[in-house]
Design a binder for this molecule. Structure first.
Ligand code: NAD
Ligand code: LMR
Length: 354
């Protein structure tokens, strides 16, 4: 039984996510932190007849530290959402600083916790958390040695962040739902699985429909495939447009966040064989990161890949499998944005001027 913490718990995602975590039998303690309203949200949830003990914290009196102390898993949906016409990258100006400060709290009060980042832009906020954890010397590190030149022995230390995850589960959930719609049977949605790799914004979202557990119908044309891919890549825009200024996906994100958090908790609890895509650091582990870097053909430090979860967080990075020519072209199209999003997050911590 574990302690779960939600940072940004009074928001559109935070509240339903906290509700779902309160219903998870593996959660024995649920701590809610936000800059507003958490005492009320906690009081409300605390009347639900499930075992988790709920408490709410605000910034005064070391609220962040109190919420985080003893955490096994921390989920971060804090920050501003998009309005129509904005990209996720437009959120960087506000959310980068919020995520940096919360990561600093985690580094000092809960350095062993699994950290699940929902706040956008995920492609940049995850590198921000990694850099903050590194600065505090608590980025779970697995050192490896790479001889870069035969004559000069360069020692290159890489890090293995076993516990840091960018939450891309909403893309996976959308892919499953949209495929079940194409198959004309929504009751299939929860059993359809499709790896979605790359990152979490526009063209960096790469669904691998060729690996769908349920094949697309015969006669599904290349233009149908392009349209389905675009729908997953821009599913977030669909919701932002429909909400018309009132924010972005909250309920589907809470569902997806609780799904992923539930898997991480089950793996922490010893369950084996749980695999889910997530935006993670590619380590220099030969079986994982290095071979992935070869497949994508670029030295990116972060990428969403199918991750096998374990008692320490990331147990193993899985390969992207056999890619079609179309999927390879999608990955190539994702790389420039991914590279600049990652670099933007890293340099925000190296030099925090915008
Ligand atoms: N990863 C994904 O797939 C995904 C999906 C949907 C939304 N998002 C992102 O999640 C974030 C939150 O979205 P939302 O709709 O819940 O927004 P929201 O505005 O409804 O809620 C955000 C909450 O964060 C809180 N907050 C702000 N600064 C904080 C701080 N310093 N510490 C703690 N809490 C703080 C706010 O008070 C608010 O309660 C956005 O950045 C959004 O883009 C990501
Ligand atoms: O689209 C957004 O801004 C929110 C989220 O990233 C989503 O995919 O729904």
């Amino acid at each position: 039984m574990y302690k779960a913490v939600v940072l940004g718990a009074a928001g559109g995602i935070g509240q339903p996510l906290a509700l779902l975590l309160k219903s998870n039998p593996l959660v024995k303690e649920l701590a809610l932190f936000d800059i507003v309203n958490t005492p009320g949200v906690a009081a409300d949830l605390s009347h639900i007849a499930t075992p988790a003990k709920v408490s709410g914290y605000l910034p005064p009196d070391d609220g962040l530290k109190k919420a985080l102390t003893g955490a096994d898993i921390v989920v971060i949906p804090a920050g501003v959402p998009r309005k129509p016409g904005m990209t996720r990258d437009d959120l960087f100006k506000i959310n980068a600083g919020i995520v940096r400060d919360l990561a600093t709290g985690i580094a000092t009060a809960a350095p062993k916790a699994a950290v699940l980042v929902i706040s956008n832009p995920v492609n940049s906020t995850v590198p921000i958390v990694a850099e903050v954890l590194k600065k505090h010397g608590v980025f779970d590190a697995k050192k490896c040695v790479v001889i870069k030149r035969p004559t000069l022995l360069w020692l290159f230390f890489d890090f293995f962040p076993k516990r840091l995850f960018g939450v891309t589960t909403l893309d996976v959930v959308r892919a499953s739902t949209f495929v079940s719609e194409v198959l004309g049977d929504l009751s299939l949605a929860s059993s359809v699985t499709i790896p979605v790799v790359g990152g979490h914004s526009g063209v960096t979202i790469v669904p691998l429909f060729s690996q769908s557990s349920h094949p697309l119908p015969a006669g599904f044309s290349p233009s149908d495939l392009q349209a389905l891919t675009t729908r997953v890549q821009f599913g977030g825009d669909e919701v932002v447009k429909a909400k018309d200024g009132a924010g972005s996906a909250t309920l589907s994100m809470a569902y997806a966040g609780a799904e992923f958090a539930g898997k991480v908790l089950r793996a922490l609890n010893g369950e084996k064989g749980i695999i889910s895509p997530s935006f993670v650091h590619l380590s220099c582990d030969k079986a994982g990161g290095d071979s992935l870097k070869k497949v994508i053909g670029k030295e990116l430090d972060f990428f969403s890949v199918p991750v096998e979860l374990g008692p320490e967080g990331v147990a193993k990075l899985h390969s992207l499998g056999n890619l079609t020519e179309f999927e390879q072209s999608l990955i190539q199209a994702a790389l420039p944005d991914l590279e600049s999003n990652i670099e933007k997050g890293v340099s925000f911590i190296e030099s925090p001027k915008l």
